[in-house]
Design a protein around this ligand. Structure first.
Ligand SMILES: NC(=O)c1ccc[n+]([C@@H]2O[C@H](COP(=O)([O-])OP(=O)(O)OC[C@H]3O[C@@H](n4cnc5c(N)ncnc54)[C@H](O)[C@@H]3O)[C@@H](O)[C@H]2O)c1
Length: 378
């Protein structure tokens, strides 16, 4: 029996849609992209023609019973409404990060998915890639002993980035949400839920002007919505203490840092925004060693989280890029901003079950093999 794929519609035909559609068409056969919609008609038609999809209005997609799943690749400000409409129409949804902009909206979407008995999965899905799954293998196997503390540092230059993607200086798009979520999701996958967080923030030069002559917002004035420098301390439920540093007003060259210090070793993880981040393990009285990858998906495999969710639907088991983990990370980053504003420690309200680690090794042609039988054999 061949794979019984889920039919999906792609909503939002921008930059990231190419790699999603290519991954789903060429690698993850469990999802068949059949239709697309973008409020920008030209973009919708370009992607429809390029990938053989049917351009449709969102209303028509929602009313089409043959479409099982919505893949929400719109900008963060549109995530809530697009996802909400899909859930109300009993469609499964996989959404790009983050789940929404407001905490309340995020919770409402989780409640809606449950009430409508459909799945909601949320990126980032790089935590399913070779780099972070290998990091989890190292920690789960006890190779650093008991995790005690962690360090996160992420720097970028939003004078450049946000002039290309203006949502990065708008609510819900700031560095901790846009890119910090990769770091905090990687730690969530390895360490589990956080308990509380305390934070300081700073808003540096909030008044901006569009500088790129190739963009329609050239010369337009805007104001940075949230603190663009944020430092935090997170206490995880397992006792690990993490120091977090986000700075979007530095220089373009990133120096990503994501380290876990354990009772018997140190793990340097590399950039969690990539699928192939190399892990380095330092054991007592030993050389620091590049740890071999234990897992597949080193190449850019965006769409992996959606594909894994589709298999989970077919196999009637929990999916890994879960709404509960996504909401928890979302609440944690909101908690940083809340703490920075109030001067109080923020206690996390949500929790989640750590997703199962992926299977080790590389399985070609799809997630767990090319057919449903081979998938079920694992
Ligand atoms: N660009 C990247 O490298 C990257 C990487 C990972 C994740 N992401 C995430 O993917 C999502 C999309 O990012 P992008 O870079 O493709 O942005 P983009 O601006 O290139 O594309 C977004 C598209 O969504 C469309 N859109 C917005 N609101 C809509 C609505 N209500 N209905 C229909 N279409 C709507 C826009 O017209 C646009 O074509 C974001 O959540 C982003 O954080 C982007």
């Amino acid at each position: 029996m061949e794979i019984n794929a889920l039919n999906a519609a792609i909503i939002g035909c921008g930059v990231i849609s190419d790699i999603y559609i290519q991954s789903l068409q060429e690698k993850f056969k469990i999802i068949e992209p059949v239709a697309c919609y973008d409020r920008d008609e030209a973009r919708m038609n370009t992607q429809a023609e390029k990938y053989g999809l049917k351009p449709m209005s969102y209303e028509a997609i929602l009313d089409d019973p043959s479409i099982d799943m919505i893949i929400n690749l719109t900008n963060p400000a549109a995530h809530y409404e697009v996802t909400k409409q899909a859930l109300l129409h009993d469609k499964h949804v996989f959404s790009e990060k983050m789940i929404a902009v407001d905490l309340k909206q995020g919770q409402e979407l989780c409640d809606l998915a449950e009430a409508h008995h459909v799945r909601l999965g949320v990126a980032p899905d790089t935590f399913l890639g070779a780099g972070i799954q290998t990091a989890r293998y190292i920690v789960d196997k006890g190779l650093i002993g008991t995790p005690l503390s962690a360090v996160v540092s992420l720097n970028r230059d939003f004078d450049v980035y946000a002039d290309i993607f203006p949502h990065m200086n708008q609510a819900g798009g700031s560095l901790p949400f846009d890119t910090g979520c990769y770091y905090m999701t990687a730690l969530a996958n390895i360490l589990g839920p956080a308990k509380r967080v305390t934070s300081f923030g700073r808003k540096y030069q909030p008044d901006r002007v569009g500088k790129r002559v190739d963009k329609p917002w050239f010369g337009e004035k805007s104001t940075v919505a949230a603190d663009n420098i944020l430092t935090a301390v997170v206490e995880y439920a397992n006792g690990t203490l993490a120091t977090v540093h986000f700075n979007s007003e530095n220089i373009l060259t990133e120096v990503p840092q994501l380290d876990i210090y354990g009772s018997d070793g140190t793990l340097n993880m590399g950039d969690p925004n990539n699928f192939d981040s190399q892990n380095y393990l330092q054991k007592p009285q030993n050389e620091r060693t590049a740890f071999p990858f234990t897992h597949g998906y080193r190449e850019n495999s965006r769409g992996l989280g959606a594909a894994e969710m589709a298999w989970a639907i077919r196999q009637d088991r929990p999916h890994r890029a879960s709404m509960t983990m996504a909401y928890h990370v979302f609440e944690l980053i909101h908690g940083m901003y809340i703490s920075a504003t109030t001067g109080q420690i923020y206690e996390l309200q949500s929790t989640f079950d750590r997703p199962e680690a992926l299977l080790t090794g590389y399985v070609d042609r799809g997630f767990w093999g090319p057919t449903q039988e081979s998938a079920l054999a694992f």
